[in-house]
Write a protein that binds this ligand. Structure first.
Ligand SMILES: O=C(O)CCC(=O)C(=O)O
Ligand SMILES: [Fe+2]
Length: 301
């Protein structure tokens, strides 16, 4: 079972127990009662839908395969998260943190702090996403503060490591599963997320499946206003594999579906080597390696 966490009681002893269990056993939890209400989630999902419904030529203006950045539109087939499967049939729209050119971190991680690409003629789209992005980062950071005490670290362990976060907000659009889709075709193939923490909103349509430790897949659904949270490979490494990165997938159904993950990662220059190891592995370098394996246009480039 997936633990449920009340975001208004993150530091209560029973929540801390549930959080530790979620992070170290299942790798997934659902989160209610955050500062982001149902209406705001519905608004951001509606904004993404209005973008994905644009014709291809319009979206192609900000196709990341053409612009070469991981901002803007990713067409169906642009990513392959599992080398044993075909490229995912989902479409995506990505935006993230922008830093001014004179910021020392901007020089490093152009990929992570690059200017966003916005579609032309879509009123309110940018504002809706930016407002949601700000709120989602707060929710994610609060949850990390609670997680750090739940796993025996100081409450502020993560705080100043996430003040210029490589935080990517994505809209995933899954069309109805194509009639000719086969066993190697997925909305998103089985994978673990690369980063630290993923805060996912969905439109309430079923589709997400999570793999339990015995290998079975279970459905996880959340209505707008309830979030699904999971942990990624970077945090797994950072915490000496105390926190688990759990495989998940979307095969897809006859119903179209929108989901909105915030991939929440620390500042580019954060040392995410296993705690206590004395090694240095920069968060940005770690992430780059995994991105290069997944975004087909980066792998080719
Ligand atoms: O759409 C979903 O429910 C999951 C999406 C996902 O796993 C991802 O974007 O990494
Ligand atoms: Fe994922």
């Amino acid at each position: 079972m997936i633990p449920q966490i009340d975001a208004a009681r993150l530091h209560a002893p029973e929540t801390q127990d549930a959080l530790r269990h979620a992070a170290t056993e299942t790798g997934f939890l659902t989160l209610t009662n955050t500062a982001i209400d149902r209406a705001q989630v519905e608004a951001v999902i509606a904004a993404y839908l209005s973008f994905f419904r644009l014709d291809e030529a319009h979206k192609a203006q900000i196709d990341m395969a053409r612009t070469g950045s991981n901002r803007g539109w990713g067409a169906s087939g642009a990513e392959q998260v599992d080398p044993a499967a075909n490229p995912d049939y989902k479409q995506v729209f990505d935006m993230g943190m922008e830093l001014s050119a004179d910021d020392p971190l901007a020089a490093h991680g152009l990929k992570y702090y690059a200017p966003n690409h916005w579609p032309a003629d879509l009123p309110g789209f940018r504002e809706t996403l930016e407002a949601y992005y700000g709120g989602a980062r707060h929710v994610a950071l609060d949850l990390l503060a609670a997680l750090s005490t739940a796993i025996g670290q100081p409450r502020d362990y993560f705080a100043d490591r996430f003040d210029k976060p490589m935080a990517l907000l994505r809209g995933n659009y899954y069309p109805p599963r194509p009639d000719d889709a086969g066993a190697r075709d997925f909305g998103i193939a089985p994978h673990t997320d690369y980063g630290c923490l993923t805060l996912l909103a969905t439109d309430g349509t079923a589709g997400l499946e999570v793999q339990l430790r015995d290998g079975t897949w279970i459905d996880v659904a959340a209505n707008p206003g309830t979030f699904v949270v999971n942990f990624g490979e970077m945090l797994e490494m950072w915490t000496n594999e105390l926190v688990r990165a759990t495989p998940h997938r979307v095969i897809g159904t006859a119903t179209e579906r929108v989901s909105v993950p915030l991939f929440f990662n620390p500042n580019y220059d954060t040392n995410v080597a296993p705690m206590g190891s004395g090694r240095t592995i920069l968060a940005g370098d770690h992430l780059s390696r995994r991105y290069d394996e997944t975004y087909l246009h980066l792998a080719k480039g």
